[in-house]
Ligand binder design. Sequence first.
Ligand code: ADP
Ligand code: NI
Length: 228
Amino acid sequence: SASLLPAPEQLVIDHTAEFIREKFLHEGSGHDWEHIRRVWQVARALAAQTPSADALVTELAALLHDVADWKFHDGDEEAGPRAARRWLESQHVAEPVIQRVEAVIREISFKGLGVATPMSTVEGELVQDADRLDAIGAIGVARAFAYGGHKGRPLHDPTVPPVVHESFESYKRNVAPTINHFYEKLLHLRERLNTPAARRVAEERHAFMEQFLTQFLREWDSQDVAQS
Ligand code: ADP
Ligand code: NI
């Protein structure tokens, strides 16, 4: 789609997209380039409906939001903001823009059901919604199992109950089966979206996840076989 950004800003976005695309092209844990491309696309669409959002900050934050995720950097929450700053400084991006992108990356992650994660910028609200929409629905199901497989987790274990994590430290230590992740996070994202537009999109995706879980648990005990 045609961009309304001035040429130098568009150039920084294009360079950033190419940098991230190359870095994440062969990633296999559900944090691949296609995830980032979708978050970028959805965040841009949300920004187009939000006059107060800065397009440059929104697009750069969407592109860089997973640049050095704590999940793959020993739980280091500052790895992402640090890597984003290093890249944006290399592109001579203005300091106030860098600071806002850093804030989005610092605040965006889910940190446990019992942990509030307010966003301090409108751009952060949009990128967080875009990121969360990509964690639910059919894509969300696929990404959860891709992540669980990457970590060697079982699909499901009915003897392990879901946990409400009250601190980020507790959430980070979590090694539960992948089905638990739906009850510990994914089924709650619909209620935690920032924008009405994202909430509308979430309805169908949420319903699909519920349907998936009902069917999964039915097949788990071969209930459908017993009834046939
Ligand atoms: P967030 O910023 O909220 O942590 P990301 O964009 O980094 O989300 O993506 C995390 C992806 O990995 C999501 O699709 C999420 O469902 C998946 N994921 C994270 N933790 C787990 C887990 N313990 N089990 C299964 N999937 C997970
Ligand atoms: Ni993400």
